[in-house]
Design a protein around this ligand. Sequence first.
Ligand code: 5AD
Ligand code: SF4
Length: 452
Amino acid sequence: MKKKLYIKTYGCQMNVYDTERMVDVMAPEGYEETETPDDADLVVLNTCHIREKAAEKVYSDIGRIRKMKDAKKEKGDEMVLAVGGCVAQAEGAEIMKRAPIVDMVFGPQTYHNLPDMVNKSLELKSEGQKSRILDTDLAVDEKFDQLSKKEVKQKPTAFLTIQEGCDKFCTFCVVPYTRGSEFSRSIDDIMTDAKKLADAGVVEVTLLGQNVNAFHGTADDGSEWGLPQLIRELAKIDGFERIRYTTSHPHDMTDELLEVHGDLEECMPYLHLPVQAGSDRILKAMNRTHDSASYKKIIADLRKQRPDIALSGDFIVGFPGETEEDFEATMDLVREVKYAQAYSFKYSPRPGTPAAEMEDQVDEDVKSARLARLQALLKEQQTEFNNSVIGKTFPVLIEAKGKTEDTVFGRSPYMQAVQVKVGADKIEELLGKIVEVKIEDANAFNIQGVLV
Ligand code: 5AD
Ligand code: SF4
C-alpha cells in the first residue's frame, strides 16, 4: 500500500521548489502526496524564516499535528514528523529541545537525505527508541547532484533553481546565515535539468535563486556564464517559450542582462527587483549597495529595452532610524517608478542580524501606519496597471482550471492572474497551451478575458 506524505510549504518560491523535489525523492520510497496531515505517514513542515513570528507559526502547527500523531499511534501506526527549510536551519537544535514530538529536523541543503532520514527514524521507533535526527549541513552542491538524477513530474510551468545563498548581507536579512554563501550550479547540470523539463512538456520556466542575477555558472569547457548567457541558451531549447527569473538584486542588474529583455521574446516582460526603501540614508544602513538614483537608472534603462515591462518590488517600512522624511522618500520612489505588483513588510528584527541590534528601532504603531499608507498606494498602482490592459490582446499560458465551471486560469506575460471564459468542453484541451486572450475586465487582483 502507498504511504502518505503531507508537506506544508511556508514562504517563498524556493520552498515551493524544494517541496516538489521532496515529493520526487520520496516517490521511489512508495510515498504519495496527500492534501491533509490527518492520516499521513510522513509530515514535513517546509519552513520559511523571513516573515515575522515565523518560528511561532511552526510551533503552533507542530501543536496541531501532535494530536494527529497521537491518534495515529493509538491505532498502532507511526507518523514521522519532520521540520525542514530555513527555520530548521536557523533554529534546529532549539526545535529539537522545545518540541520533543518532532522526529527530525533538516536544513534546506539536506533534503536529498530525506529517504535515509525517514528510514532511520522508523528503525529507531521500531526498536522502541526515540527518533531524534538533526541534519543542517550547508554543503549545497551535493544536494543538486543527487536531484539531477531523479525524474521530474510536470505541469506547464516549472521552477528551476540555478543559484542559492547570498553574500550581500543586507543588515535586516537572515538569508546569508540560513542559506549560506552564494553558490551557482554548473551549466551542465542546469542544462540537463532544463532539457528534462522541456521534454516533460514545460513551456514556462522560472529560474530561481536568492540572488539569481549574481549567477555565474561554470561550463564543461571551464568558461563562466552569467545569467544573460544562460537565458540566451535556455531560450534555444525547443519547447521553452517563456523564461522568467527571480529574485534579482539591483547590484547585479548588468547592461547585458537588460539587453536580454530587449532582444529575446522568450524573456517575459516582468521583473521583480526589490528596492526595499527610497531613502539613501536608510539604503546605506541596510547595506544595499545601491541608492535610489542608481535603482531608478536601472528602471529607466530597462524601459528603453522593453517599454512595456511590468515591475514588482519588495519594500520594508520602519527600518531602524527611519524618519517620516525617509518614509516619504519611499512613497516618492513608488510614485515615480510605478509598480504592477509588490510585496511590502514592516521591518521585523531577526536575531543575529546587525539591524536587530540597532538602537533606534521604530515603534510598532508607526510601522503599521506607514505600511498601511504604502500598501494603499501599491494597491492603487496594481489596480491601475490591471485596468491599463483592458481591451488589449496578449498570449496567456493556461495553467489550470479556473474559478468557475467554464473558465481556465493562466498568466499574462506581465504575471497577472487571468481568468479566461472558454466553455466547459474546452478546458482539458487548453491546459498547458498558450492562447491569445482579449482582456475585458480587471480589478486589483486579477483580470478577465475571452479567447480570440
Ligand atoms: N523584516 C521585514 N522584511 C524583511 N524581508 C527580509 N528580511 C526582513 C525583515 N527582517 C523582506 C525583504 C525581502 C523579502 C523577501 O522579505 O523585503 O526582499
Ligand atoms: Fe537577503 Fe539582501 Fe541577500 Fe536579498 S540580497 S537575500 S535581502 S541579504
